[in-house]
Unconditional design. Structure first.
Length: 282
């Protein structure tokens, strides 16, 4: 985890809270849990993302706000409000978001290992529901990975998508100059690894990698990153994935393998994957 540049007192005082806990830092800023923040007239805990002005493009802030407000869903992290706050004489944009106790998928895998089959199937269905809802409003996440999916109250049946800073409307003029890799290497689709534009099918590839990881505790292609360059890792992410356990329901295995199709058009849609996954519950 990247280290914070703010102090707990900075984070709490800036938004009128009492105490704060560092949650994590990324390219554009850092996120803190701040307690007793007044939102809509009531004190509550909030996940506050402080965006550092020298590290982000204003258009990316607009994207994240749009991504969090386009959809009202328990599967997408809620945004309470946006504030401009001053810390040490520097103005920050602060996104006050829903605080989600329970940790990320990555946190839960690291702490407890892979879930049981019933929990994994429930997670798969809810994850694809979330992506279906995102795609229904023509948004592409572009950075789906275990760290960007929270488990509400630690439940595998209640994943919540967060960190929409890279998401964009499918019809939006891009701010990215291609060819350029955009996303997290291990969860980027082959076309993203080639520096091409991420589309809805790229999100589906990421879902396939995430589901494979949740089911097996392993990446479908990469066994180790040690000593490898980014290009060498990208070269390994090609062809069919390693085999899934034979005891898994056929419908579940077939969906994951299809989502990991090298050709984007073969991945289908989140709606189709969701329909096929439901066969595994019968």
């Amino acid at each position: 985890m990247n280290q914070p540049t703010l102090t707990p007192a900075d984070a709490a005082t800036a938004v009128g809270g009492t105490t704060s806990t560092f949650l994590g830092a990324g390219t554009f800023g850092e996120t803190w849990r701040v307690d007793d923040v007044f939102v809509d007239g009531e004190p509550r805990s909030a996940a506050v993302k402080f965006l550092q002005p020298h590290n982000f493009h204003p258009g990316l802030v607009e994207r994240e706000i749009a991504g969090l407000t386009d959809i009202s869903s328990r599967r997408i992290m809620g945004l309470h409000e946006v504030r401009t706050v001053s810390i040490g004489g520097t103005d920050y944009t602060a996104l006050l978001c829903e605080y989600l106790p329970g940790g990320s998928v990555q946190d839960n895998l690291a702490a407890d290992g892979v879930p049981g089959q019933a929990d994994a199937l429930a997670f798969a269905i809810e994850l694809l529901h979330a992506v279906k809802q995102l795609h229904a409003v023509d948004r592409v996440h572009r950075d789906l990975k275990p760290e960007n999916i929270m488990l509400r109250n630690g439940s595998w049946s209640s994943p919540v998508l967060i960190d929409l800073g890279l998401s964009k409307a499918a019809t939006e003029t891009t701010m990215t100059r291609y060819p350029q890799r955009v996303g997290s290497l291990l969860f980027m689709a082959p076309e993203q690894l080639r520096g091409e534009r991420a589309r809805k099918s790229s999100d589906l590839w990421a879902c396939g990698v995430i589901l494979f990881t949740v089911l097996t505790g392993q990446h479908p292609y990469i066994t180790s990153l040690s000593g490898k360059t980014e290009d060498e890792v990208a070269e390994e992410i090609t062809g069919p994935p390693r085999a899934l356990p034979a005891h898994l329901p056929d419908a579940l295995r077939e969906v994951v393998v299809r989502l990991l199709s090298e050709d984007a058009f073969e991945r289908g849609t989140a709606k189709r994957a969701l329909k096929d996954l439901r066969k595994a519950t019968k």
